[in-house]
Structure formats: structure tokens, C-alpha cells
Write a protein that binds this ligand. Structure first.
Ligand SMILES: [Zn+2]
Length: 426
């Protein structure tokens, strides 16, 4: 779509929709807003499975998740905006943290490993809460997509013709949210809110500065943390935060820096790091299509940490590539038992069941997966095969057509799906 046309479209959407007046939780003033808070919350919730899937599943330790939830909600209590805050630790090794509109906050395992005390973690969480409180995600959504498209994404479309468009829009908004980069001004705003929330929840706000310095030294060692890709960190930012702290938030007694819980949780995560290192080796093997070595490294990963959900998922994928469908099914099932909300694990469970000719079970798993993420073309291809195997011609045709209508053309099953469609349409 041309830029001018896009601008025009945004303009039309802007005048077509009626704006709602809401109170800005930060200033208490009435402000015009396009995206109502309840819709913003709905959008954030909708994309939780996308964020989990992109980051290799939730970290499988319940105690760790419970810790971040408790800590996060303690900070959220001092945040003026009342939305549906949720806190997760995901498996990705990338040193990163991010949030979704209306409440969900994610901390990567890789970031947890680099933090040295609780006030640093509180600083990062508070910064993300700052973005949510200042409606930065909502503003991005309004500006980029307009309200009509956003409401579309939330609607459950039933008509066949519009369903394709909606699904493509869902994917588009998801990609936008997961690669969202804020402006320098927005980062400064999130920083000052972050300092405020950290301080008001009883923690030493200098934790934020020590995280920034840590990122800086990583950058100097040629391995810049992924966080910097979406949160530019110029010198002025560190300087601003330091000044803000020294002028507005004087040191006082009893500001918390650390806790025994943090030390315990950090140690738990560190204890599984070796298992995840083997997973990374396996991912390299997979890139080189050396599936046998990948299998060995994944076996080691699993033997070091039985619950390593990402290792099970990759093992399932590798076994699938080697046509060892029993193995593929077993590991995908392990992974989806550990975490019901992990799309890729469910997709692989369904795909391997298709190969094992257990089509009715496959359909159940795949339809389940579609409730988590409904914009994945592979899902509809496998559903097509499963329905064809059970003799449901109508559903098979529907799913193949749909898979072909949303694929980028490089999934590998396209010509086979067309052939199957030809046979089914005779
Ligand atoms: Zn930020």
C-alpha cells in the first residue's frame, strides 16, 4: 500500500470514528482517546499467546512464575492506571523485556540471568509499566492501524470472505506489537515513570541506572542486549535518570535493594542455564540441517532439565524432520502438558498425530491451537489433511483454501495442498 494512501486511510478512519473521553490516569485530565481502555486490554490479552510463542514458551518453573507475578503486582499497586496487569518470564535467551497494551509484561530468561539484585528487576518492570501507564502501546495502535482495524482484529469474523482479511490483520498487528519501538520521548517518559514506581513501591531507583550501565558494558563487549534494539539508550538517558533520582527521589532509609526470594529465584534460573545452552547448540545444528547432532544436544538439554519445554519442542521438530513421528508426538505432548498456552507445541502435537494417522485426535489438538493463534498457515494445512483423512471433504477443502490464501508461498506444502484440493474438488 502506498504511503499516501495509507495516510489517507488513517485520516478517514480518524474522522469516521467517534472519540471517547477518558480521564488520563497520570494527569487526572480529560483526554480524547480512540481506543477505549477495555478494548486495549482485550488486544493485550489476545496477543499473550503470540508473545509466548515468539519467545519459546513460558519458563516452566511455577515457583519462578509465581515470584514474578507477586513482585509485578506489588509494583502495579502504585501505578495509577488500573488495567489487567499480568507478569511472565519467557524462555528466550535474549536480554530483553517488553509489554503488551493494557497490562501483560514479559521478562526474558536471558535478562533474568544478567540481573544482580531485586531493585534492578523492579526497575525494569517499572519501566515497562511506565509504557503501559502512558498508553504508549495504545497510541502506537491508534496511529498505525486506526480503530476500525483494531476492532476487526477483536471481532470473531464468521463470513468466509472477511475471515481471511481479519486473520491477516491479526497477524499484522501482532508483528507490529512484538517489534514495537518507542520514540525517544516515550522512553524518557517511561524512564521517569519507572523511577517513580520503583521508588513508591519501596525499592532503590538506582537499580535502573545499574541495569543501564550493565547494558552499556555488554554493548562495549560487542554483544549488545536485544533490549537496546527497541529501547535506544543514549548517554542523555542515563544522565536524565540520575538527575531525576537525585533531585526528586532522595535516598531514604529502608529502600529495598535485594531480597532472599530474588537470590533464590535467580539461582533456580541459573541452575537450568546449561540445559538452555545445549538447546542453543541444537538450534545451530538445525540451522545447518544437522538433525542428528541436534537430537544429541537436545537429549542432553532434557537430561539436564527435564521440564525444559523449549528443548522438548525443538526435539519434536527435529524428530518430525527425521520422520520419527512417535518421538515427535511424545515430545510435543510433553511440551504442551508443561504449558497449555504454547502454540508451537500444540501445532507439533497435531502435525505428528496427522502423520501417525490419528486424525481425530489431530483435529482436536489443531483446533485447540487455533484458539491460541489463528494466523498460522501451517495450522490450516494440517487441519486440511486431517479432515481429508477423516472423510470430511467440506472441511478439508475449506482449510486447504484458507491455508493457501494466507501463506507467504514458502511453507513447502503449497503444491501438495493444491493437488489435494484438485482431487477433493473433482
Ligand atoms: Zn522502554
Amino acid at each position: 500500500m502506498g504511503r499516501v494512501f495509507k495516510l489517507l486511510l488513517v485520516f478517514f478512519v480518524l474522522i469516521l470514528v467517534s472519540c471517547t473521553q477518558v480521564e488520563d490516569p497520570l494527569t487526572g485530565q480529560k483526554t480524547l482517546t480512540l481506543l477505549p481502555t477495555e478494548k486495549e486490554i482485550e488486544i493485550g490479552k489476545k496477543y499473550i499467546p503470540y508473545a509466548i510463542n515468539e519467545n519459546e514458551g513460558l519458563y516452566p518453573d511455577k515457583e519462578v512464575q509465581e515470584y514474578i507475578r507477586r513482585l509485578g503486582h506489588n509494583i502495579a499497586r502504585v501505578a495509577p492506571r488500573k488495567v489487567e496487569y499480568q507478569f511472565f518470564i519467557v524462555n528466550s535467551k535474549d536480554v530483553n523485556a517488553f509489554a503488551l497494551p493494557g497490562g501483560p509484561v514479559f521478562i526474558n530468561r536471558g535478562l533474568m540471568l544478567t540481573l544482580d539484585n531485586e531493585s534492578e528487576l523492579v526497575g525494569v518492570l517499572s519501566h515497562e509499566l511506565g509504557h503501559i501507564n502512558a498508553r504508549h502501546h495504545a497510541r502506537f495502535l491508534e496511529k498505525t492501524y486506526g480503530l476500525n482495524l483494531l476492532l476487526n482484529v477483536l471481532a470473531v469474523a464468521t463470513a468466509e470472505s472477511s475471515y481471511r482479511n481479519v486473520v491477516l490483520q491479526v497477524a499484522q498487528v501482532g508483528a507490529g506489537l512484538l517489534q514495537l519501538k518507542f520514540s525517544r520521548d516515550q522512553e524518557n517518559e517511561a524512564d521517569s515513570l519507572g523511577v517513580r514506581f520503583t521508588y513508591e513501591s519501596g525499592y532503590d531507583p538506582r537499580g535502573i541506572i545499574s541495569v543501564f550501565n550493565k547494558f552499556r558494558s555488554m554493548e562495549a563487549k560487542q554483544r549488545p542486549p536485544e533490549w537496546l534494539l527497541t529501547h535506544p539508550l543514549p548517554d542523555t538517558r542515563i544522565k536524565n535518570v540520575s538527575e531525576l533520582i537525585s533531585t526528586k527521589f532522595p535516598n531514604k532509609l529502608l529502600l529495598k535493594r535485594d531480597s532472599p526470594e530474588f537470590v533464590y529465584i535467580k539461582q533456580k534460573i541459573a541452575n537450568t542455564a546449561l540445559s538452555y545452552d545445549y538447546l542453543e547448540k541444537a538450534k545451530e545444528n538445525i540451522k545447518n540441517r544437522d538433525f542428528r547432532s541436534a537430537q544429541k544436544n537436545l537429549d542432553t538439554a532434557i537430561s539436564l532439565y527435564e521440564e525444559n519445554i523449549s528443548a522438548h519442542t525443538y526435539k519434536s521438530f527435529v524428530c518430525y524432520q527425521l520422520k520419527e513421528y512417535d518421538c515427535s508426538y511424545r515430545h510435543a505432548l510433553n511440551a504442551s502438558k508443561i504449558d497449555e498456552s504454547y502454540f508451537l507445541a500444540k501445532l507439533l502435537t497435531g502435525a505428528s498425530l496427522v502423520k501417525l494417522n490419528r486424525s481425530f485426535e489431530a483435529i482436536k489438538q489443531l483446533e485447540d491451537a487455533a484458539t491460541l493463534i489463528n494466523s498460522n498457515p501451517d495450522l490450516y494445512y494440517f487441519l486440511g489433511v486431517a479432515y481429508q483423512n477423516t472423510g470430511n471433504r467440506q472441511k478439508a477443502i475449506e482449510n486447504f483454501k484458507f491455508a493457501l490464501s494466507i501463506t507467504d508461498g514458502n511453507r513447502g506444502w503449497e503444491s501438495e495442498a493444491k493437488e489435494r484440493l484438485n482431487i477433493l474438488s473433482r
